[in-house]
Design a protein around this ligand. Structure first.
Ligand code: 5GP
Ligand code: ZN
Length: 112
């Protein structure tokens, strides 16, 4: 198993846990881009949003809901951003589906 985030989910690579349940694991990003920067990943290896199948629909909703719970837990009542970089043009660098939860500062639009 060579996937970085699978290793983090399995505990083979240390991370700072933020939230976990039977389907997902969330941890602090190692290079935070905002005061709060959490990554939410499915325990199951899915390479990207583009690699999600029909049978992953409920899991995708689960991850979104987990992101909202984490934002609430982190006190991001003023707002936050959830990002799923997908593929090379989307800026994805780790090929295991993940949601970025970013907050604690104002987020500009459009993104870079
Ligand atoms: P992407 O660029 O694929 O959307 O996001 C990958 C994210 O994973 C980046 O924000 C990067 O900082 C984070 N990251 C990469 N390697 C590690 C690691 O070993 N531990 C943690 N906690 N985050 C990582
Ligand atoms: Zn993986």
């Amino acid at each position: 198993m060579s996937c970085l985030f699978c290793k983090i989910v399995e505990g083979q690579i240390p991370s700072t846990p933020v939230y976990q349940d039977e389907l997902s694991y969330a941890f602090a990003d190692i290079h935070p881009q905002a005061p709060v920067h959490v990554l939410v990943v499915p325990r199951e290896h899915i390479a990207s949003l583009d690699g999600a199948e029909e049978n992953h629909r409920a899991l995708l909703g689960h991850l979104m809901h987990a992101a909202a719970r984490i934002a609430q837990q982190k006190g991001l009542g003023k707002g936050y951003r959830v990002v799923v970089n997908t593929g090379a043009d989307g800026g994805q660098t780790v090929d295991h589906l993940h949601l970025h939860v970013l907050g604690g500062r104002h987020m500009a639009w459009p993104p870079g």
